[in-house]
Write a protein that binds this ligand. Structure first.
Ligand SMILES: Nc1ncnc2c1ncn2[C@@H]1O[C@H](COP(=O)(O)OP(=O)(O)OP(=O)(O)O)[C@@H](O)[C@H]1O
Ligand SMILES: [Mg+2]
Length: 501
């Protein structure tokens, strides 16, 4: 069988980073080839070489056995290579259909854009994906999951024979992942080759035919997904065995209540929500996408205040109407959308980590102690194993997972009593996940009150002391001990007191 794609001895270096060291990769027709590796291993860089974003320093790329040059993304598209990038890159001011056909809009005789055809063509692609979306919806108003769907539609619109998906499910819920897998299987049957990058180990068994593992910019090996145990793939990735430590649930019966929410409501998003959180406790929030978990977090953080109800911090009612007030009240919120709320991409790692705690490292007249900041930043770079040539590297140049680690470091460093983490390990590799779980537990043991919102049930189960489940803006239950995936799913789909069929 000839390969559609063959990459041989690909080399790429950035200042201070040898990102690709003689990497080999090949793709067959109609296969799903998973590309795995820790954060910063070089996965996205290799795919940017294949899609014409980066020019390699060495090596060859062959398409259908012919050596090709891919100086631009357009050159790759013309050869049928489509990519859905890890960081979504849609134009927020344009609508869905305009984003899909940007730069190649159908025109009417006098040169005006044919809006009707533009929209109809977009609807046709969505129909092929078996989803429904109004093509005139502005992208800025879409959830991350929906934006992802638009990116996929856009890549499909190029009739790609090769489709690269760089962490496509990072922001999708279970139902949406199932939908995506249906689309992938259909494309596969049509002979499209798919390169699939993900940190979710269970997906590999579900969707991949072969798996190639990279470590530290180097090629480690390629195996058949079916006959390779996940533990073997993980040890190829991290170069060692990982052990799974289970959370011991601390006795919090005498602990103080740090946060209490009473009958919080806002519009149709939050309906009469009440719960409390103790010092030292990790309260997990599970639910389907759109259940209202992020809205609740944003309400507590003052980003979108509640219409009615009460929030108490350390037993005292507070009126929080802005994030600045929340931070003063000792509440931190790590947003699910790091690109827009979490990071200053043009600034360096040190500044980003230190941003939330400048006050503590300044003297009486506000001069910042740069040396101390450097020490703190280096400390967290080490603790979270952030792959960067140093603390002065621009954050925007780090790999996706490493950017996420910088956001986490920032909030770990900020001295908040109550910390809300919204999808903290999205895009984070298995090794670093374990490290983040350990740090969160350590913070709890120090007396911090922690809320973790996560769409990954194994993560919620592994981390939480109690689990709150939401459905359609309501809190449908709080499980303490003996929770399992089924119980959570039952509560997550419970509508108006009845379990959905
Ligand atoms: N434009 C760039 N300039 C400097 N360094 C870069 C650039 N792009 C990538 N790197 C570095 O190259 C290395 C590989 O990054 P890459 O994005 O390929 O990792 P990845 O395997 O996709 O990781 P993740 O799982 O976190 O997405 C990282 O150390 C990253 O910081
Ligand atoms: Mg990447």
């Amino acid at each position: 069988m000839t390969d559609i794609i063959r990459m041989e001895a690909i080399e790429k270096a950035f200042p201070g980073v040898h990102a690709l060291k003689s990497v080999n990769f090949d793709l067959r027709r109609g296969e799903v080839h998973a590309l795995m590796g820790e954060n910063g291993a070089g996965k996205s860089t290799l795919m940017k070489v294949l899609s014409g974003v980066y020019t390699p320093d060495g090596g060859r790329v062959l398409v259908d056995g012919q050596e090709v040059h891919l100086p631009t993304p357009k050159a790759a598209q013309d050869l049928g290579i489509g990519i859905i990038h890890q960081e979504l890159a849609l134009m927020r001011d344009l609508n869905v259909a305009q984003n899909i056909w940007i730069g190649r809009e159908p025109r009417l005789p006098f040169g005006r854009i044919d809006e009707a055809k533009l929209n109809a063509d977009a609807v046709a692609i969505f129909a092929g994906m078996n989803i429904r979306m109004d093509p005139r919806t502005p992208v800025a108003g879409l959830t991350i999951a929906r934006q992802q769907m638009v990116e996929i539609a856009k890549a499909l619109s190029y009739h790609s024979r090769v489709l690269i998906m760089d962490e496509p499910t990072a922001a999708l819920n279970d139902a949406e992942i199932a939908e995506l897998f249906t689309i992938i299987r259909r494309l596969k049957a049509e002979g499209v080759g798919i390169i699939y990058i993900s940190h979710k180990m269970d997906e590999i068994k579900r969707i991949a035919d072969r798996v190639t593992v990279m470590r530290d910019g180097a090629y480690v090996g390629t195996v058949a997904a079916e006959d390779t145990p996940i533990s073997r793939i993980i040890s190829m990735m991290v170069g060692r065995e990982l052990k799974d430590e289970v959370a011991a649930i601390p006795d919090l019966s005498n602990a103080e209540t740090a946060l209490e929410v009473r009958n919080a409501s806002r519009g149709r998003e939050l309906k009469n929500i009440s719960f409390s959180l103790k010092k030292g406790e990790i309260l997990g929030f599970a639910g389907l996408m759109g259940a209202g978990r992020t809205e609740l977090a944003r309400a507590i953080f003052g980003a979108e205040p509640i219409d009615s109800g009460e929030i108490l911090v350390h037993g005292k009612p507070v009126r929080i109407t802005s994030p600045a007030q929340a931070v003063r009240a000792g509440i931190g919120y790590l947003s699910e959308d790091r690109k827009h709320f979490g990071l200053a991409l043009g600034m360096d790692v040190r500044a980003n980590i230190a941003m939330a705690s400048l006050g503590r490292h300044s003297d009486a007249i506000g001069r910042v102690d740069e040396k101390a900041l450097g020490r703190v930043a280096k400390d967290y770079i080490g603790k979270l194993n952030i792959r960067t040539p140093g603390d002065r590297q621009e954050v925007g140049l780090l790999s996706g997972g490493n950017q996420q680690k910088v956001v986490i470091a920032k909030w770990l460093l900020r001295d908040c009593d109550i910390l809300i983490f919204d999808e903290p390990t999205r895009g984070i590799d298995v090794g670093a996940k374990a490290e983040i779980y350990r740090l969160l537990k350590e913070l709890a043991a120090q007396g911090k009150a922690i809320i973790v919102i996560s769409s990954e049930l194994p993560e919620v189960l592994r981390l939480s002391h109690r689990i709150a489940v939401m459905c359609e803006g309501r809190l449908t239950g709080i499980l303490s001990g003996g929770a399992d995936q089924e119980k959570i799913m039952e509560l997550a789909t419970e509508r108006n007191g009845k379990t959905a069929a």
